[in-house]
Design a protein around this ligand. Structure first.
Ligand code: AMP
Length: 283
């Protein structure tokens, strides 16, 4: 695997590959890789000729300085994991290489997607995400880019970004990878204390139980039930639970015809903020 740190070196390398007619698959990450990340890389490897993974902890998408400072980094292990599955290129730029001394976000209008859920609770988060993904797309010009449904709102926002800016890349959403106990894999899981780690699978258990109530109880009743589960939990604090339409991400109280819905949740396990989501069938 080639490790490339500069934009210009990467562009030169990719220009050669494109000249040969090779397709480019891209997986942006913030490192501290786990099986969820690797599933995206493996998909890119199987569908495109050249697979490039980026590792970049993007400062502009963090509204919480401590979260940024404490974001886990396991660079050597990441390289080993990527080499093991034969990833072609790792793009590992510095903050300066990307932001050139000016660490600010562009301001985006994602037709309101940015104002729901994570957007309400993480100030400027999606401006940061839009800024870095747009920049990476401009440097790499991939044919296909892979994103996890773990960050479903982010996935919808990237699809909107590509549409609004006419960026010629196919954006693919990939399934959520979970630990055997159901906890959605996340780099932040490594920061959980032992007792919070043991408590955290409760989040997915509640999501699954909520889904079972769908069709029997109303959205309002399901939401109240979820809130109660967390009020009674000694270690986990609910930030939000909402059932929203997949396309607009607007919360609903009733399901309509042929639309798709999903339940979204954010929970604090001590200082660590965890998110998850689950598809809700429209009965
Ligand atoms: P991150 O490093 O957290 O920015 O994530 C990089 C990419 O991996 C994003 O597209 C995430 O949605 C995706 N991802 C993170 N965790 C998971 C997971 N548990 N399952 C599937 N994809 C994931």
């Amino acid at each position: 695997m080639k490790i490339i740190k500069s934009k210009s070196d990467l562009k030169i390398y990719l220009a050669e590959e494109k000249k040969k007619g090779n397709s480019i698959g891209f997986v942006p990450t913030m490192g501290a890789l786990h099986k969820g990340h690797l599933s995206l890389v493996e998909m890119a490897l199987s569908k495109t000729d050249v697979t490039i993974v980026s590792i970049f902890v993007n400062p502009t998408q963090f509204d919480n300085k401590e979260d940024l400072a404490k974001y886990p980094t396991t660079f050597e292990k990441d390289v080993e994991l990527l080499e093991r599955i034969n990833c072609d290129i790792l793009f590992y730029p510095s903050v300066d290489e990307i932001y050139d001394g000016n660490i600010v976000s562009e301001s985006f209008d994602f037709d309101g997607l940015e104002n729901q859920m994570e957007g309400k609770f993480r100030d400027g988060h999606f401006d940061g995400v839009g800024t870095i993904v747009k920049a990476l797309f401009e440097i790499i010009e991939p044919d296909i880019a892979y994103f996890g449904k773990k960050d479903f709102q982010q996935l919808q926002i990237i699809k909107k970004l590509v549409k609004k800016y006419n960026i010629p890349v196919k954006v693919k959403g990939m399934p959520i990878f979970r630990e055997p106990d159901g906890l959605a894999m996340s780099s932040r899981n490594t920061r959980l204390s032992k007792e919070h780690r043991e408590a955290a699978p409760f989040i997915y258990k509640v999501l699954k139980k909520a889904r079972k109530k769908n069709g029997i109880k109303s959205v309002k009743e399901i939401t109240k039930w979820v809130e109660k589960q967390f009020q009674e939990h000694p270690l986990l604090e609910l930030e939000y639970f909402t059932i929203a339409e997949e396309k607009t991400l607007i919360s609903v109280e009733e399901f309509e015809g042929n639309k798709r819905y999903r339940a979204f949740i954010a929970v604090f396990a001590g200082e660590i903020r965890l998110i998850d989501n689950i598809r809700f069938k429209n009965n």
